[in-house]
Design a protein around this ligand. Structure first.
Ligand SMILES: NC(=O)c1ccc[n+]([C@@H]2O[C@H](COP(=O)([O-])OP(=O)(O)OC[C@H]3O[C@@H](n4cnc5c(N)ncnc54)[C@H](OP(=O)(O)O)[C@@H]3O)[C@@H](O)[C@H]2O)c1
Length: 283
């Protein structure tokens, strides 16, 4: 799988347009799936988080693959319990120890937790951790426009990416556009609605897939790639992993994109109702 499209990031680095999501890829089977993704199927960006409880599996996969560390982009995320500056620095170090690497290619604040009101402090920790050499690229996740603007106003440092919920039932298009306006690459999480919604069975998506001779999953990945959104589908299956990268030999028409966009259900479409102003994780 050569030729994966790349995006330039605002800190001068770059990223593949598609990475591997890893929620629930843990233990020996998880390690096997991640190794297969890297070794056989060409994935270079691996998305994990302290909250996924699988940083160990990601580290083991990195050690087992023959792909050099310098070619991989390892992304983890700061948990809600560690927004205090000192705790954030220690958490980043602990996370590195768990994975067994000495720097993160990319590291995000997992959720803004605005009711706690410490995300600017956490952001300052990421800015400093980058100076200390612990992280190369810093970004955020689940940040709304107001949170992004506050970070930028108060620190002068714009996140490189913002990983947000996005699938056809909750396309988050306004926030996608706001990210781009601010110079931030949007990332789409749960692009297939996890195991929760039926977006891969949706008639409209199936119809577009049939027309292009592609699978529904490929239509959704392509919809992101064509919108300049980084996408991180998760798959434990080698066949699906390959399929999800094989999206660079066809193009959706403007009409296809409009049809997919029209499936949006607004707030009701969120897979687990996790509104970033309300949702708090304190792991
Ligand atoms: N920042 C955040 O707050 C946040 C929140 C949620 C998720 N995420 C990230 O986003 C990643 C992806 O989201 P997700 O894990 O929720 O789920 P997802 O990627 O939306 O869906 C995964 C499901 O799709 C199936 N699948 C994958 N490729 C397929 C294909 N080509 N054809 C048919 N089925 C396919 C997988 O089954 P198989 O394994 O059988 O292929 C699995 O059941 C996560 O793993 C995580 O890294 C971040």
């Amino acid at each position: 799988m050569g030729n994966i499209k790349r995006y330039a990031l605002n800190d001068g680095t770059g990223t593949p347009a598609i990475g591997l999501g890893t929620i629930s890829l843990k233990g020996a089977r998880g390690v096997g799936s991640i190794v297969t993704a890297i070794e056989e199927n060409g994935y270079r960006l691996i998305d994990t988080s302290t909250n996924y409880n699988n940083e160990g599996a990601v580290g083991e996969a990195i050690r087992r693959t023959t792909v050099p560390r310098g070619e991989l982009i390892i992304n983890s995320k700061l948990p809600g319990a560690a927004h205090d500056y000192d705790q954030a620095i220690r958490m980043i170090q602990e996370s590195l120890y768990r994975i067994g690497i000495d720097y993160f290619d990319k590291y995000l604040i997992h959720w803004p937790l605005p009711k706690q009101g410490k995300y600017v402090e956490a952001w300052q920790a990421l800015i400093d951790a980058r100076k200390f050499g612990l992280i190369k690229t810093i970004g955020v996740s689940n940040f709304l426009t107001e949170h992004l603007e506050k970070l930028i106003d108060e620190t002068g440092v714009t996140p490189a990416t913002n990983q947000i919920e996005r699938h056809p039932y909750f396309n988050n298009n306004e926030l996608v556009e706001d990210n781009k306006r601010l110079g931030i690459v949007p990332e789409a999480w749960s692009p297939f609605g996890r195991e929760i919604n039926d977006v891969l069975e949706n008639e409209t998506i199936r119809g577009i897939a049939e027309k292009h001779g592609k699978s529904p999953a490929q239509i959704i990945v392509r919809w992101n790639v064509q919108n300049d959104v980084l996408v991180i589908p998760r798959s434990s299956s080698s066949v699906h992993q390959r399929e999800n990268l094989d999206v660079f030999d066809f193009e959706l028409t403007d009409e296809d994109v409009k049809e997919i966009d029209s499936l949006d259900k607004g707030e009701e479409g969120r897979v687990e109702g996790q509104h970033p102003n309300e949702y708090e994780e304190f792991v």
